[in-house]
Design a binder for this molecule. Structure first.
Ligand code: FAD
Length: 388
């Protein structure tokens, strides 16, 4: 019998293992992961963005922990004295609002962000144009810029955190969970696709976009679906500014990547399905016009590569679902539904799960706002302003 069986070894699973073992080094933690090289995990394929530009205090605080966690990553995740390399680009987040209602949201959020110690500035069209001369700004009503925000190499983070959790004592079982055995109201064990059974005092469903399948095996439905996200890498020969993560709210976003840029298309029309290839024609129809509108230099660009991966999209309110499901097994904890902002919150969510297991309550940061009871009680609690 393991103390904790963690299903899924992406950032949420590994972060949970890391935080458990940091506090209780002798704990018997087993991570079940069929794909430890992360060919398909969102964690390794994400945009890697870490921002404080949220409207909910808890999300800002989770990102602040994410900032500190990833900044300290190379040394904190070192194994046998060998640092864990993690590329980190602190070039800021810029979100532009073009509609009046977006401006109202932005202004309210600014006050909260500043009250929590975040460095964030509001720019009007003239200020924006002066700071980023490559942008078209005549239709921008307001922009917010968080200069300390960043993006990281998501693959390095996923691999480094799993490696560290294993070095701290977590065992890795390379298999897929295909069944669940219950005893009374609790879950007793999971069945693997190699025929073995693993028992655990606690079980954590950290399978991201696959999490609904496991919840169904236990007997409940979560309002989460895989949402195909098509990612395009493009290059331009034109000279343009040094950008950070740049979002034209409601239209397009992009950030630098190597010698070029990446941009995403969310396929709401394919919500609920897994797709692994990006549609090459879609970039031209849905992405390029918006990019060229906002950055005229992008009129000339070339798509060099593309791929598709998945948000664990919470259709209820877009936010994380954390903890046990009301009325279901109390020892089966879930962490899914963080949609497009889960990488930055994985350190804090893993720490929170470790507290639910070791303390039976949140200790460092109260994340009850993201509890699953809000779904059962029909209290959606979405972000206000920019959502991803
Ligand atoms: C295109 C894209 C861009 C993104 N950009 C950002 C961003 O800029 N900033 C940000 O904060 N977030 C971003 N995200 C979101 C973020 O990547 C995810 O929220 C986060 O990585 C989810 O981590 P996870 O560990 O829950 O899931 P995953 O990383 O998907 O890991 C789940 C793991 O579970 C395993 N698994 C599945 N089924 C089973 C099973 N039955 N048994 C055992 N294991 C199983 C899988 O193999 C997988 O490795 C983005 C996501 C995408 C897709």
């Amino acid at each position: 019998m393991h103390d904790v069986v963690i299903i899924g070894g992406g950032l949420y699973g590994s972060s949970t293992a890391y935080h458990l073992l940091e506090r209780e080094p002798g704990l018997d933690v087993c991570i079940v992961e069929p794909d430890p090289g992360f060919e398909h995990a969102a964690s390794a394929r994400s945009n890697g963005g870490v921002r404080i530009l949220f409207s909910q205090a808890e999300s800002i605080q989770m990102s602040q922990y994410g900032h500190a966690f990833y900044a300290a990553f190379p040394d904190a995740m070192a194994v046998d004295g060998e640092p864990a390399p993690l590329d980190l680009f602190r070039r800021g987040y810029l979100i532009m609002a073009t509609r009046p209602e977006q401006v109202a949201d932005r202004s309210a959020n600014l006050e909260l962000q500043r009250s929590l110690g975040c460095r964030v500035e509001a720019l009007d069209a003239a200020g924006l144009g002066a700071a980023f001369p490559s942008l078209r700004t005549d239709d921008v009503r307001m922009a917010v810029h968080a200069p300390d925000d960043m993006w990281i190499d998501p693959y390095g983070a996923a691999v480094g955190l799993l490696r560290k959790a294993r070095a701290m004592g977590a065992s890795l079982r390379r298999a897929r969970v295909v069944g669940v055995e219950s005893a009374g109201r609790n879950v007793r064990s999971v069945r693997l696709d190699d025929g073995a059974e693993l028992a655990g005092e606690w079980l954590v469903n950290a399978t991201g976009a696959w999490a609904p399948e496991l919840c169904r095996l236990v007997g409940f439905e979560v309002p989460v679906v895989p949402l195909p996200m098509m990612v395009y890498y493009f290059e331009t020969r034109a000279e343009i500014d040094s950008f950070g993560v740049t979002i034209d709210q409601g239209n397009v976003g992009f950030r630098p990547e190597g010698a070029g840029f990446i941009s995403l298309i969310r396929r709401l029309d394919l919500a609920g399905q897994f797709r692994w290839e990006a549609d090459p024609d879609l970039f031209e129809a849905r992405c390029w016009p918006g990019l060229a509108h906002r950055v005229p230099a992008f009129e000339s660009l070339k798509v060099m590569s593309s791929y598709c991966c998945h948000y664990a999209m919470n259709r209820f309110d877009g936010n994380l679902l954390l903890g046990a499901w009301p009325g279901q097994a109390e020892n089966f904890l879930i962490a899914t539904g963080a949609s497009g902002h889960g990488l930055q919150h994985a350190p804090a969510a893993g720490r929170a799960l470790s507290e639910l297991i070791l303390d039976r309550r949140f200790r460092t940061l109260d994340l009850s706002r993201f509890g699953c009871d809000r779904v059962v009680e029909n209290r959606p609690d979405p972000e206000r302003g920019f959502t991803a």
